[in-house]
Design a protein around this ligand. Structure first.
Ligand SMILES: Cc1cc2nc3c(=O)[nH]c(=O)nc-3n(C[C@H](O)[C@H](O)[C@H](O)COP(=O)(O)OP(=O)(O)OC[C@H]3O[C@@H](n4cnc5c(N)ncnc54)[C@H](O)[C@@H]3O)c2cc1C
Length: 431
């Protein structure tokens, strides 16, 4: 959050909804609830440091950003992804064939748009200036949950109350603890390094994922045609080695690992390391607190699933809350939270554990694991119908947006249709 943001004094007046956390999850949720006519307060500290990650917003996620009026700006600042290519670079005896998935094969110009997280958060913060009400600060430990509201103490003094709290305060969530929600967590023998690269040949909207013995190495298109974002997963010691390389040495390493598909390369800017682990909350909400984003689920960046899953959390929660309001029900009540948990359970579990299985089949030296992966990708390339099924599954299930205010539920998201065209994009190609 920028310094020019107004510091809103804490008030005793209860909000319908308090959103805690100012990452992409919290900002998106707060803007959506505010735009749906709920009195919404967003509590988040100042933004610290740069986030060098990028996010590929896929499929239905574009419906949600369109609802917030950000689709054009996101398309302008991002790069469209028209083709996804998976290359087995494990060097193992049993290898999968190269798989190329084209958005055109499922009737789309692009699978989605890849945008730098800092640009995405800038756009969301600018959009949030029209509402919700914002408090720059953090929620303290002594959260009190009553029969009809939650009281959130602010570390700078004062408190706010709300009927429903949307917890988007990240992996180590205080709000999740306050609700008494446990997590299943497991660590992974891997880290990720993230940085940007310039390259001589244009990417032409192709995202390429090399599967190596220690994890994926992905080149995701950035705007302008000759830049990509690198997400490289490997053993922590190898990641430390890469971080310490000189620029020419890292450039040579990237060109070698990518088999020169994009020609000579130059790393740009800083390199960031992310230790990898996974986390899934045992329930998506209870005691007036609903979990979204990394507060509810976190896993390695494989298949660009994390934030896309989060946006589906937000759309589903908003739909349920709008329906509860229409039916005169309690928007933070146990019934609503149980329904939210039920409706999110399969999507969250299938993504979190699906990513884990893909990752483990890469790491495993066991023949059955290698055969499983190779056969899967072989079927995807040999059977067009199966390939299309996989592409649609990768884009995620339908985004269930609530009807916009004044809408009868038909047009604005109620149709569940994903706009095919990426508005204003200049860099997509359809092959
Ligand atoms: C290397 C890497 C690459 C990735 N690539 C992709 C991708 O291509 N596509 C994709 O969909 N996902 C991707 N992801 C996942 C995605 O980046 C994350 O899911 C997303 O950034 C998490 O956002 P969030 O808002 O849930 O959490 P965070 O960004 O962690 O936000 C948490 C917020 O809560 C605030 N907070 C914490 N405590 C309090 C408190 N007590 N009171 C108030 N506020 C508090 C923090 O200050 C912060 O603002 C990637 C992840 C990694 C690690």
């Amino acid at each position: 959050m920028t310094r020019s943001d107004p510091l809103v004094a804490p008030s005793a007046e209860p909000a319908d909804i308090a959103v805690v956390g100012g990452g992409p999850a919290g900002l998106t949720a707060a803007i959506l609830f505010s735009s749906l006519g709920f009195s919404t307060t967003l509590v988040a500290p100042e933004r610290h440091g740069e986030d060098f990650r990028t996010t590929a917003l896929l499929g239905g996620s574009l419906d949600l950003v369109a609802r917030l009026g950000l689709d054009r700006a996101i398309a302008e600042r991002g790069a469209a992804i028209a083709v996804m290519r998976l290359v087995d670079d494990t060097g193992r005896l049993i290898r999968a064939p190269e798989a190329v998935f084209r958005a055109a094969d499922i009737g789309r110009d692009a699978f989605g748009v890849n945008i730098a997280n800092r640009d995405l958060v800038d756009l969301l913060e600018a959009r949030a200036a029209d509402g919700p009400r914002r408090i720059v600060g953090t929620v303290g430990e002594a959260v009190e949950i009553d029969a009809d509201r939650v009281r959130l103490p602010l570390t700078g003094g004062g408190a706010i109350t709300a009927r429903l709290v949307v917890a988007a305060d990240g992996r180590g969530s205080r709000l999740r603890r306050a609700a008494g929600i446990a997590t299943r967590e497991w660590s992974l023998p891997q880290s990720a390094i993230v940085f940007d690269l310039a390259h001589r040949r244009p990417h032409e909207g192709v995202s390429t994922e090399f599967h190596t013995r220690n994890g994926p190495f992905v080149l995701v298109p950035l705007p302008g045609g000759n830049r990509s974002s690198v997400v490289l997963i490997d053993r922590p010691a190898e990641i430390e080695r890469l971080v310490g390389l000189t620029e020419p040495a890292l450039a040579a390493e990237m060109e070698r690992r990518s088999h020169s598909i994009l020609g000579a390369m130059t790393p740009i800017g800083e390199r960031r390391v992310w230790p990898l682990s996974s986390l899934v909350a045992t329930v998506a909400g209870r005691r007036r607190i609903a979990l979204i984003g990394e507060t509810a689920h976190a896993f390695p960046p494989i298949g660009a699933q994390g934030l896309n899953l989060t946006l589906r959390d937000i759309a589903r929660l908003a739909s349920l809350v709008v329906a509860a309001r229409a039916g005169g029900e309690d928007i933070g009540g146990a019934r609503l939270l149980a329904a939210y948990d039920r409706r999110r359970r399969f999507d969250v579990a299938s993504r979190a554990y699906g990513v884990d299985v893909v990752n483990r089949t890469l790491l495993s030296d066991l023949l059955p694991a290698q055969i499983f992966r190779a056969v899967g990708l072989h079927l995807a390339t040999a059977l067009p119908g199966f390939g299309r099924l996989l592409m649609r599954a990768g884009l995620g299930p339908r985004m269930s947006l609530p009807p916009a205010p004044g809408d009868d539920g038909g047009a604005a998201g109620g149709s569940g249709q994903t706009p095919n065209r990426v508005v204003g994009s200049s860099s997509w190609v359809t092959r």
